[in-house]
Structures are given as C-alpha cells and as structure tokens.
Design a protein around this ligand. Structure first.
Ligand code: NDP
Length: 517
C-alpha cells in the first residue's frame, strides 16, 4: 500500500503515520476546497513532545557519527524516495493545502533541489579547515570547523508545506543534526508523509527526523523541550511568542517571518515582463507566499502601460480546485476575512479596484478569492503597510525609481523584493539598496530557487538564514581549535616570560601598526 493510500485510510486508531504516544486527543485535517477529510492526527501534548525530542537525542549522535559520506548517502536516498513519489506527494499537497497539482510539483521539485545541494555542500562548507594563525601565534596551527548543534526543532507554516520546512530540515540534517518537526495544524498530513518517507528511505537512522502534530500548544511545547535550536517559520506575532518561550531556556532561534514585498518598475523596464512577473508574484498560490509581491511601484513613465498590462493578465486568472485553475482556495479560512478587510480599507481610503474576475458564478466556493489589483491606495493604508497574504496587488505611481525605493524601504518588513530595469548597473544598484534579505532583478522569487543563496529577512521579517552556506552554518556551532606546532624560546602566555619580551612586543606593534593614521 502506498503512503498516499495509507493517508486515505487513516483511522482514529492509527491517526495517520505519526506515533500517537499516550495522546488520546485528535484533530482532523481537511481539504480547504471541498472540506473532505484528509487525515486524523494526534494532538501531541508536552509529554509526547518531550518523548520525541528525547528519542531524537541518541539519533542525533548516531546521525552525527555517520560522518559526511554516510549522511550524504542517506540524504541522497531520501531525495530519491521523494523524487520517485513526487506525484503522490503533490496529490497530498493539493488535497491538504489546496494549491493546483502543478504548483505542488514545482514546490516539491524545489525542495528536492535544496536537499541535493545541502547534502553535496555540507562537508565543503562545514568541515574542518586550516586557517592562518597570524603573527602572534605563528608557531601554532589553527583549525575551524562547524559542528552540529544536536536536535533542531522546526515549526512550519501551511502555505508551502514541503518547500518551506525543508529549507530548515534539509540544511539541519545535512549539518549533522536530528530534527523534530511540528507542521502547521492545516498541513499535518504532509508533515507526517515527509517523516514517513524518511523512515522508509533511511531505516537505519529513522529517528533522526520525526514529526509531532497538534496546535500552537504543541509548537510551544517543542520550544520548551530542550531542543538545541528552534527554526520558526510563520507570522511575526507567533514568532514573538516562540522567542519568549525559547528565552526561558536560552534556546537559540531562527525567525523566518512574513513580508510585504515590493516590485520597482523603472523607466526603462520591459513592462510586459514586469507585469507578468508581478501577476505571478502576487497571485500564484493565491497570494499566500511570504515572498509574494504585494506592492508595485511604477514610475510615471511606465505606470499606465504597466497597469493596463497587469489588468489584461489578471483577467485570465481563475481560482479553482481543478488542474486548469490558476490558484486554489485560501488554505486557512480565517485569512479570507483579513484579505477582504484590507481590500475594504483600501477602497474606503480612495483606492480603486481592478478586479480580474467579477462573476461570482465562476467561483467554486466561499474560500476562493478573486485576483484583485488596487490603485491609488494611500501609503499609510493597512493594504500597503501590513501583510495581506492573499491574491492582491497594489500599484502606486511614483516620480522615479528613487521614490519607489524610498517607499519600498519604509516598510517594517524586509523579506524579498524585485526590480525591473534594462540597465544592469541600475538594477543591481537598486537591488543592493533595497532593505530586504533578497531581491530579484528582472524576475520574481528567483532567489528562493537558487540553493546557494541564503534566504531570510530583516526587521519584522525576522533574522537568521536558511539555504546556502549560511543556511548550513545556521544549524551549527563554530568550533575553534589550535595546536602548538613548535615551542618558542619565549612564551608570552606564561608567568615565566621575561619583562623584556612585552617591551619588544610593544616596539614591534609600533612599527607594524603605529605608522597608520
Ligand atoms: P503562524 O505564525 O500562525 O503559525 C506558524 C506555525 O507556528 C504553525 O505551525 C503554528 O501551529 C505554530 N504556532 C502557533 N502558535 C504557536 C505558539 N504559541 N508556539 C509555537 N508555535 C506556534 O503562521 P501561518 O502558519 O499562518 O503561516 C503564515 C505566515 O508565515 C505568514 O506571515 C508568512 O509570511 C510566513 N511565512 C514566512 C516564510 C519565510 O520564510 N520568511 C515562509 C512562509 C511563510 P498551528 O498552525 O497549529 O497554529
């Protein structure tokens, strides 16, 4: 029986593929489009979470002892397993998260690519290397290496239920840690599937990646279970709660939070390409993308053309649950109200709405939102300042790209962003000065698909980095080692050193550094 079939047949007794522990309480996971049951999962309490973390401890040691080659081999087996069952997992993602099957395929493909990169680059990035010992310790050899932390707690959101947590899980595992993952209460089946796939692909170290399920309290229990680091992806308000819980035990945290990403469309931009990217960046996944484009600033030279092109492209979008749909339902029903409130606040403040699809008969259910473009929204409006997380895009006319950059950078968030300009220098200059962790020039979201690039934000968008070398180092501690190669006649770090030795040292320092003004 395939894992997908197991998912279809879960009962209260088995509660999916997650170890129940002594937990009796369960919760249902449902298809956000149809309301159909996807699976029944345990609500793990603090004891169950603690047991899981305790079981991960010896697994972490075993996993670390496998060494670079042993871990790489098993991570390769894991990605092979995921790749062979790509359609099965995509089907589950479609049913539990609501996104179209094709988007699920794209998401899983990216996750597999990151797994491959993390496994292949762990030794080179983290392995022991010799560094220069410098003048004062020239008789020593100096070594730097990045050692695993132990057990990493990962708390993930529902919007990219494979790709986003895998950004922490893959890099934490590749760095030599065990992982306990708490998926969102909206996507527990996907989390359970990922852990079941691990057990199947890596049976000799199956406890190195485990899943606990439940609501916010289960996540809070993970923060307090003595994990060596907590990687959190979610909203800033929950991030604050997670940090407060982790502070009790001085557990370090990685915070991947929300965004309000902007696109700057400069005078010389390819307007058609910019509009295409803006529509995809804003509306794909129903706008439920942390690095989605929520604001566009177009210079007065291109504004009219850009608005016309975006409007034309948005007309073609259709939300739904079928294979041809542009995007699915809102995964979390309550988000629908937030998006509608933002649109209402924008129009109440004088904003104009360009609605791509106004015919309600074309909407398959109440949790499907129309792609909505908003013009002339004041900068202090909630639709410009707060994360909307729905299929909306504001377009604002600006004098020039400098004004666009200024408005972009006033946001409290600073996750990603995009610049459209035909000039390479201008595009890169604007990208560098954008206050965000990541910026794409002449495309959107591309940075997330390049495993070598770090992913993370500034300000309200959080801190720390997943992906790339920084993402591997995020789940390690730097270890410094020195080895004395030869003993010098005079040891400066000994009570036996003669007084003349420090006088000589002061003279040498004066000669080397004192001449600089
Ligand atoms: P939430 O902040 O609501 O939840 C995130 C996770 O935290 C969920 O698993 C949730 O569990 C859990 N949680 C809730 N309360 C607590 C608590 N007190 N202690 C510990 N864990 C808790 O975010 P969403 O799931 O709604 O995700 C959407 C948000 O995530 C958006 O703001 C989006 O921008 C951001 N995001 C950021 C990304 C990035 O990389 N920067 C990537 C993707 C999304 P439960 O679901 O059971 O309540």
């Amino acid at each position: 029986m395939s894992l997908a079939e197991q998912m279809d047949t879960v009962t209260e007794d088995t509660a999916g593929t997650v170890d129940r522990h002594a937990t009796t309480e369960t919760f249902d996971s449902t298809d956000p489009g149809s309301g159909a049951l996807v699976g029944v999962f345990p609500v793990h309490d603090a004891d169950a979470v603690q047991e899981t973390v305790d079981r991960a401890r010896p697994a972490a040691r075993q996993w670390a002892e496998l060494g670079w080659d042993g871990r790489r081999q098993r991570l390769t087996a894991y990605r092979g397993y995921l790749a062979r069952r790509l359609n099965e997992l995509a089907d589950l993602v479609h049913r539990e998260n609501g996104k179209p099957h094709a988007d699920a395929i794209l998401e899983i493909t990216l996750a597999i690519d990151h797994l491959a990169w993390a496994g292949a680059h762990a030794r080179k990035t983290l392995g022991s290397r010799k560094v220069s010992a410098g003048m004062l310790a020239a008789n020593h050899a100096a070594y730097l290496e990045y050692q695993p932390l132990g057990v990493i707690g990962v708390i993930g959101p529902w919007n990219y239920p494979v790709f986003t947590p895998m950004g922490s899980i893959a890099y934490a595992l590749a760095a030599g840690n065990a992982v306990v993952f708490k998926p969102s209460e909206y996507t527990p089946a996907i989390g359970a599937w990922l852990a079941a796939a691990w057990r199947a692909a890596v049976p000799d170290c199956e406890d190195a990646f485990q899943v606990v399920t439940g609501f916010g309290e289960t996540g809070a229990a993970l923060c307090r279970a003595g994990v060596d680091k907590l990687a959190f992806t979610g909203s800033a308000p929950t991030g604050r709660k997670v940090m407060a819980a982790c502070a009790e035990t001085l557990t370090p945290v990685l915070m991947e939070l929300g965004g309000k990403d902007a696109m700057i469309v400069d005078d010389d931009a390819d307007v058609v390409a910019a509009a295409d990217a803006a529509v995809w960046g804003a509306m794909s996944n129903g706008g439920q993308t942390c690095i989605g484009i929520e604001r566009a600033y177009a210079t007065s030279a291109v504004y009219d053309r850009f608005v016309a092109e975006v409007t034309a492209q948005v007309q073609k979008l259709r939300p739904g649950s079928d294979d041809e749909a542009s995007y699915g339902p809102m995964t979390m029903a309550s988000q629908t109200g937030i998006v509608r409130r933002h649109v209402h606040e924008a129009t109440s403040a004088g904003g104009r709405v360009v609605r791509g699809e106004a015919d309600p008969s074309l909407f398959p259910g109440e949790h499907y939102l129309a792609p909505t473009v908003l013009l002339d929204v004041p900068e202090d409006n909630v639709a410009i300042r707060e994360e909307t997380f729905g299929p909306t895009l504001t377009i604002t006319k600006v004098r020039d790209a400098e004004e666009a950059l200024e408005l972009t950078n006033t946001s409290a968030h600073g996750l990603g962003g995009a610049v459209f300009s035909k000039s390479k220098e201008r595009g890169l200059d604007l990208a560098r000065r954008m206050r965000s962790g990541m910026t794409s020039v002449n495309s959107v979201l591309t940075f997330a698909s390049i495993p070598a690039l770090p992913f993370g934000g500034v300000g309200e968008s959080g801190f720390g980095r997943i992906h790339g070398e920084d993402g591997l180092k995020e789940f390690t501690r730097a270890k410094a080692i020195t080895r004395q190669r030869v003993a010098l006649p005079v040891n400066l770090m000994s009570f036996s050193r003669p007084a003349s030795a420090t006088d000589a040292l002061a003279r040498v320092m004066g000669m080397i550094h004192g001449r600089h003004r």
